[in-house]
Structure formats: structure tokens, C-alpha cells
Design a protein around this ligand. Sequence first.
Ligand SMILES: Nc1ncnc2c1ncn2[C@@H]1O[C@H](COP(=O)(O)OP(=O)(O)OP(=O)(O)O)[C@@H](O)[C@H]1O
Ligand SMILES: [Mg+2]
Length: 630
Amino acid sequence: MRRHGWGAHTDPSFQSQPRTTREVVRRVAVYLRPYWWLVVATIGCAIVSLGFGLLYPKLTRYLIDEVIAKRRVEALTPAAVGLLGAFFLREAFNCLRIRINNRLEQNVIYDMRRAVYARLQRLPVHWFDQRASGDLMTRVIEDVNNVERLLIDGTEQGAVALLSIAGALVFMTSYNPTLMLVALTPMPLLVAGALWYTTTAHRRYRRQREASSAMNALLMDNLQGIRQIKAFGRQTHEDTRFADRADDLREGTLVVMRAWSWYGPAMQFIGAAGIGLVLWVGGALVLKGRMEVGQLVAFMLYAGMFFYEPIGRLHGLNQMLQAARAAAARVFDILDTPEERMATGEPADQLARAGVSDHSSGLAAPSVPPSWRARGEVMYDQVSFAYAEGKTALRNIALRARPGEMVALVGPTGAGKSTLVGLLPAFYQLDSGRILIDGHDIRTLPLATLRAQIAVVTQEAFLFNGTLRENILYGRIEASEADLVAAARAANCHEFISRLPDGYESRIGERGVKLSVGEKQRVSIARALLMDAPILILDEATASVDTATERLIQEALERLMQGRTSFVIAHRLSTIVNADQILVLRRGEIIERGRHDELVALGGLYAKLARIQNTTFIEESFDRLADTTS
Ligand SMILES: Nc1ncnc2c1ncn2[C@@H]1O[C@H](COP(=O)(O)OP(=O)(O)OP(=O)(O)O)[C@@H](O)[C@H]1O
Ligand SMILES: [Mg+2]
């Protein structure tokens, strides 16, 4: 098999911590608690149904030994009708059980899925940096289903199988204790088989779940990059890559099935051998006159239908349990990851409904009321940060922005500009130092309060698949129509939106693919304007647009920055010239700071840049300069 890229099981981000069967069962049982009455009802129905089923061998014995053998013609009809009635009632309760069971099942899936999603949304950004969206989707969709099957089928079928075995043992003993012992002889083999399967299954299922995730992850990535695939003519290459992932899944599934193909029939055969043995010994007993024919038939029915069959079903359940264990480990990975570090500030009842507890950092209690609005003074106090151990992205950053000031960040690509502003909404945790807003350490502010102070316009203006209205209202969902239009006008996007046939109701496609880059930028500016936060982060895109559009965007940005403390990562000299402070970053450190004139006078890196007046986009020149001056 050719290999393109790597197999699922070598990518550590797909792997999850193994869990013991006990832990999994104990933890998923929690989800059944709110529906205990449905659990009781479904098990109750199953038991009643089982009870009517157990009548079948009894009535058969009666028919053979009491009616046929004794030639009592008048008893034939009542016995036959009784048997029919028992069958009918058995299936009637079965029908009821299935209905209750389905409701229970869907309720539990719903709860578990919500809990997983709620937790997922509250995990820190760096956690998502390490994972593929397709993998997470597989966990929320497929793995939750697998876990739930264990819950529902496991509790119900398991309970019924055990009861059925117990009932059969009682009846069998009442007919003939010796024969009962004969029926028990295959037990050690059945137990040994189950133990072998249980101890080895986890590895196989885990590999299969990981392969499924890896395939979904590739699919998701490729669907997002469909234009790149076409543009680079990589369809055949991607076909092969997908085929490899699909092949991993095929092989993984086949390994699971192969084990079951041995285990299932082997257990069935051992059970059947038990029946053969019973017939053998029982036949001899009947011949010697120590047992009636009807008794032997009834015994055989009990042994087959209510003893070996449920034992086989328990083996099937064990298979399901092992599949669920692998899936549950992946679901618990999400549920067990701590949420973002501090009080989220969301209403407690809302969180409880979503199954999330409100974690506090252990630092000081929130120092501000929920409706707090910052003036917009921002201070970085000796801030250092690394994405990964030893890879410093920022070193000893110190800065102070007064309310309403504009701070421009410039520097070569990879200098740490986006990282610096990303720390303000606490997307990542600092390694050392503090960040203060109006004198409050951001770690003491509830996340929701903190983030309500900051509007972010990112480098790659992400829009959601929906209408323009929905996307702009994302800034403030309860905003009025007038506010919406005012924001759109201020962002210079009202005009182009009005020209669209559906206006604000136009659907813009995934990530806003149906809009141009310039349009997307202005829509994301409108969204930020509507939010009306005291602090603004603007990570300007480098994409070049025509001068007319550029003027529209520039105007929109100026309106957006008015009256807010703004951190602007700018690539246009025209924007930077007006900044109250310019911070020049290189390799994670601020190497120059001041106003445009001061920095020009300083004669450093910035001054060299400023001399190249005719470049609108300074990034390239910065890179060149950084190379020559370092
Ligand atoms: N999520 C991440 N995980 C790990 N490393 C990252 C992550 N994001 C950025 N980095 C690294 O941190 C450094 C700073 O990146 P950053 O995005 O802050 O640069 P930048 O100054 O914004 O560059 P640009 O002008 O190209 O946007 C780079 O070396 C980058 O590789
Ligand atoms: Mg950046």
C-alpha cells in the first residue's frame, strides 16, 4: 500500500487516553439519571415480555406430557390458545419497550451532545490549535452515538439477559438438576472467550475510531481548500490521500470484524455444543425412564432460548461495550479538558443547562459589575509569552495606551504582532507579566466581561454561513434595524448590500465566499462597529485592493477607531503616520517606539522604512530591512 502523508494512528492529536470499562460505565450512567423512570419502564417492559416468553417451554411441556401423551382432546384448544396469547403479549410489551427505549436513547444522545458541544466551545484557543476540526466533529457526531448505544442497549439487554439466564436456571433445575449441571459444562469456555475478547478489543476499536476521525479531518480540510485543490490541479493527489485514509478505516474496521468473526461463531458453537450435550445425556435419561419427553423438550427450549441465547447476547453486548469504551475515551477527552482559565461570566443557570460548571481561576473574585464598561486604558507590564516551551513569541513587552489612543504595531512578518494583540482578549495565557485594563488585571475579569470590551477585526475577516444581516448582528444580536443600517453605512458597506437583489437577506456562503475580500472586510468592520466596544483590535489584511476600495475601507476604519483605544496592525504607511504611538516589533521584542516624526528622527529600522515613501504596503520592505539590519 502506498503511503501519502501519515496514518491516523501515528498522529498524536487523534489519540486519546485509554479508559477502563468500569470508569466508562460509571460515567455514562450519569446521563441516565435524569430519565430513571424511562429506564425503569423499559426494563419493566422487557421483564414482562420475558415472563411471557418463559411460558412457552412450560406450555409446550404441558401440551406434550399432559395433553398429547394422556390423549386429553378437550385440553388441546385451551393450551394452544394460551400459547398464542402468551406470544401476543410478549410482542405487545416488546413494542412498548422499543418505543420507550427510543425516547430514552434520543434524550440521552441529545444531552450528551449538548454537553460535549458546550464544553468544546469553552475550551482554550490553544487546545484547538492542536486539533483537526474533522476529528472533533467525529467525536461529537459518531462517538457520542457509540457511547449512547452502550448505555441503552447495555443496561436493558444486559439486565434482561441476566434475568433470562437466572429464570432458565431455575426452571431447568426444577426439571432435572443433573441435566442442569451438564448444561453448565461449556461455561468456563464461554467465560474465557469473553475475557479474551474484552482484554484485546480496546486496541482494535481505538484504531478504528482514530481512522474514522482522520478520514473526516482530511475531508473537512479538503472541502475548505477545494479552490486550492483545483487551482493546483491536485485532484488525483487528493484522491489518493483520501483513498489512504479510507483504506485505514477499511482495514481498521476489518480487524474489528475479523476478531468478532472468530469470537461470535466460536461462542455460538460452544453454546450449541452444550445443547447437543444436553440432548445426549437427556435422551439417555428419557430412555431409562427417569425423565418425560415433554420435560426434555421444555428443558431444551429453556437451555437454547433462555440460557445459551442470552449468553450469546451478552457476548454481543461485550462487543458493543468495547466499541463504546474507545468512543467514550474520545468523548471524555473533551469533557475532561479544563475550560478557559477563569470565571466565564455567563449566567449560572444557562451554564448548568448546557452541562458546564463555572470554573474560577482561584484568583481574586471579579472586581467589576457585569455591566461594566471600560474607559479603555490598556497596559502591558513586562509580558512574555511562548506558544510552546522554549519558542518565545514575545519577550518583556511593556506598553501603555491611554483611552482613545491609537497604537500602531509594525514589524516584519512573524515578529509577534498578532500574538501581542491576541493576548488582550485572553485567547492565550501569559507566561509572565500582567495585562491591565483600567487598572484591572485581565485575569480577574470574567471572560465575558473582558471580551465585551474588545472588538476584533482579524486578518482573515471570518464570516459565518448565513445572511449579511445575521453576520452584522453578530456584533450585537439585539441591535435595532436603525443601528444595523447605521453601522453598515459607517462601514461603507450599506451601498453594495442595497444593490444586492436580496439586500441584507443575501446569503454569503461558507466563510463568506460569495463576497469579495474588500466587501468581507467592510462587513466585518460593520460587525465590530455594532459591537461598540471601548477597545479595538485591528489586524489589517495584507491583501491589496484597488485604490477606490482602499479609500472606502480606510474611511470605515477611521470611523471605527474614533473614540476607542485601538491596536492597529497596519501595513499602510498612511494609517501608521497618524498613530499616537508606533511600536516596532522584531522577533518578539519592541525595538523602537514613538510617533512617526520621532522614529524618523531616531534613524533606526522605522526611519529606513519611512524613507521608502512610495511603497504603500510596507511589509515587504520591512522584511528586507530586517534582514539587512539584523
Ligand atoms: N497558534 C500558534 N501556535 C504556535 N505558534 C504560533 C501560533 N501563531 C503564531 N505562532 C508563531 O508565533 C510567531 C509570531 O507570530 P504572529 O502571528 O504573532 O506574527 P505576526 O507579527 O502577526 O506576523 P504577520 O505580519 O505575518 O501576521 C511566529 O513565529 C509564528 O510561527
Ligand atoms: Mg499577524
